[in-house]
Each structure stands twice: as C-alpha cells, then as structure tokens.
Design a protein around this ligand. Structure first.
Ligand SMILES: NC(=O)c1ccc[n+]([C@@H]2O[C@H](COP(=O)([O-])OP(=O)(O)OC[C@H]3O[C@@H](n4cnc5c(N)ncnc54)[C@H](O)[C@@H]3O)[C@@H](O)[C@H]2O)c1
Length: 334
C-alpha cells in the first residue's frame, strides 16, 4: 500500500513511516518542517509544504494516484505553547486540517487515520478510560484535537470521508535502529526531561505536580513504546475498511496504549533501574494545561486492530536512553 503521512518528518510520523516500510508499504511524506528535522525524512518520497495548501495536496495525489489512505499527524503539539499562542494552534491544527480533509475527499482519497490524544479525557476516578468516556480537554492543544475529532466524525457522516481516530497515550522511546526519536533541544516530554537530567544536561528532573489525586500524588500516564504505536498505524491502514465495516459506522475512535497506568514517581524509579543510577529530582507545581492523566482501556484496539503492545516500559526507557546517546550524530545538536 502507499500511504500519505502528514507530519512524517516528526517524531511519531518518521517512526510510523519506518514501520510502514518494514511491513512492505510505501510512505509518502508531507511535512512543512515547521518542527520536524529534514534528517528524519531520510530517502523517502517527500513533499515539503503545508497541509492547508490544497494545490499541493492535489499535486501529491496526481503524482501518486495509488495512495490508499492518509495518516494525518501534522500538528503543533506543545501544550504550554498552545496556552500562550491559541491562534497558531487553532489555525494550524484545526483550520488547516479542515482544508486537508475536504481536499482529500474532493480528490477521492477518503480514508483518514487521525492522530488524536488521550489528553482529551476528563479525569476519571480509577484513571482507566474507555473511548465513550466524557471528554474535558484542559488546554488549547487538547481542544484542537477534540475539534478535529468532531470535524472528522461529522464529515464522515455527511460525505465519503472515512475516519479512524487513534487516541494516543504517551509515546516514548525510539525505533529499533535509533533512526529517529525526540528531537526538541529542550524536550517538554517527561522522558526527554529525565534523559537530559540523567546525562547532566540539566541540574535535575522536575516533577511538575506532586499533590494530585493519584496513588503517590504525581501525574499518571500510559507510556507506550513509539515502535508499538507505529505498528498500530500499520494495522489500522491495513484493516481500514474492515474496521469500519465491523463497527458499522463511517468513523471510529480507538485508544492506543498499553492498558497500564504509571505515575511520574514510578517512571522515575523504572528509569533509575534501567539507567543504573539515581537522577537528581526537584518538585514544582503543575504547568499550565497539565492534566492529572489517564491510562487506556485497550479492549477496542485488541478487538478491532488485533493489536496490543509488545514492548515494556523498561524497553522504552532503554530505547530513549540509547537515542539520547545517538541523537547528536543524526540531528547535529545535543
Ligand atoms: N508526542 C506525543 O506525546 C503525542 C501524543 C498524542 C498525540 N500526538 C499527536 O501525534 C502527532 C505527531 O506527534 P509528534 O510527537 O510526532 O509531533 P512532531 O512535532 O514531532 O511532528 C509533527 C510534524 O508536523 C509537522 N507540521 C506541523 N504543522 C504542519 C503543517 N501545517 N503542515 C505540514 N506539516 C506540519 C512538523 O514539522 C512536524 O514534523 C501530532 O498530531 C500530535 O498531536 C502526539
């Protein structure tokens, strides 16, 4: 199959492109390089441009009429930045995606696999969320994801567009060959911060939020190895029509996680176990837009995608550490 991957120069997009190739498929990358590094594109078919550029979408489809589906990952993704710059987030994530979906439908490429987020869920007492649970996005970033889900559901109901919406939990780690990973100079993700503290690139790892209603007061997340996550996309594009037939609807939402919740303190302990040394820790209040967290109920991904995670938290931590050692070689900066 040939798959258009928007945001394919990004962290998850480049890993998914690799997983598609490993399964015998051909990714076509569309990315503006707003944040994703050119190095992650490697030698793949690549269009540098914006998802809101309809003429570019038409050109890509003209030149690749055999595209079977689109994985739409391109987005602005930094939660605190979305609090400061809501216009940029609503414009780039919502308004431009709307143009992309309409153009894909117009050119006869109706299958869309969308990267959504577990940050949409309202806090639940036992933290295990199913797809039908109430949503209460806490940041402009998360709200853009909720709006795009709604747009896809409404467009799929009214047009030929078809949508599988994957709600990712918390991707960590690298691909097995360490070709891509977290690339931000100062990563905002918890594991990127831990790796920096462990490698002495910052004084300490800051636990943001220690008074939350979890078992140890710190945020709870479902850390999914990015290579497992990438493989969930391969499953979803391969089974796209069958999944929607099975649910009897033009769109569906599917959680993609491990099914286990891990608190920040538990993550730090697991990290120190893999790393073999303690990491200096400091504590601070939650950042703007931070949520208490959730972990995935994974019944639906098992049933519809026949997919579950294969790699452990320790595998993912080891992979992130190994990427921390390798990334300068690929990115040209520490
Ligand atoms: N990383 C996470 O923890 C996480 C969790 C849940 C969901 N997601 C979603 O997964 C997707 C991929 O996330 P990621 O971590 O790989 O992020 P990323 O920032 O590494 O990748 C996003 C890519 O999109 C590109 N891009 C941004 N705006 C664009 C535009 N208008 N046109 C074309 N390209 C554009 C960027 O250059 C970048 O390469 C995003 O949609 C994100 O919201 C990520």
């Amino acid at each position: 199959m040939k798959i258009l991957v928007t945001g394919g120069a990004g962290y998850i997009g480049s890993t998914t492109a690799k997983a598609l190739e490993a399964a015998g498929h051909t990714p076509v990358i569309l990315d503006s390089l707003l944040t994703g590094p050119q190095a992650f594109v490697r030698d793949r078919i690549f269009y540098e441009g914006d998802i809101g550029d309809r003429s570019l979408i038409r050109r890509v489809v003209d030149e690749h009429p055999d595209i079977d589906a689109t994985i739409h990952m391109a987005a602005r993704i930094v939660v605190p930045e979305s609090v400061e710059k809501p216009y940029d987030y609503y414009k780039d994530n919502v308004a431009k995606s709307l143009e992309l979906f309409d153009e894909l439908n117009a050119v006869g490429k109706p299958r869309v696999l969308f990267s959504s987020s577990a940050s949409l869920y309202a806090t639940k007492e036992n933290f295990e969320v199913v797809e039908s649970d109430p949503l209460a996005p806490q940041s402009p970033y998360a709200r853009t994801k909720g709006m795009m889900e709604q747009i896809l559901i409404d467009m799929a109901a009214a047009t030929d567009l078809r949508a599988i919406i994957l709600r990712y939990f918390n991707p960590i780690g690298s691909d097995p060959d360490l070709e891509s990973g977290i690339y931000a100079k100062e990563p905002s993700h918890v594991l990127g911060q831990l790796v920096m503290a462990a490698r002495g690139q910052k004084d300490s790892f800051t636990i943001t939020g220690t008074d939350l209603p979890t078992r140890d007061g710190t945020g709870i997340r479902d850390y999914v190895h990015v290579w497992d996550l990438a493989k969930a996309h391969v499953r979803a594009v391969e089974r796209f029509d069958a999944v929607l037939e099975q649910v009897g609807a033009p769109s569906v939402v599917i959680n993609v996680g491990t099914g286990s919740g891990v608190t920040v303190r538990e993550l730090v302990a697991a990290f120190e176990g893999v790393f073999g040394r303690d990491v200096p820790i400091s504590e601070a209040p939650p950042r703007p837009g931070d949520a208490v967290g959730a972990f995935a109920n994974v019944d639906r991904s098992a049933e519809l995608l026949d997919w579950h995670t294969e790699l452990s938290l320790e595998d993912a931590i080891a992979s992130a550490l190994a990427w921390g050692e390798k990334r300068q070689e690929i990115l040209g900066y520490e």
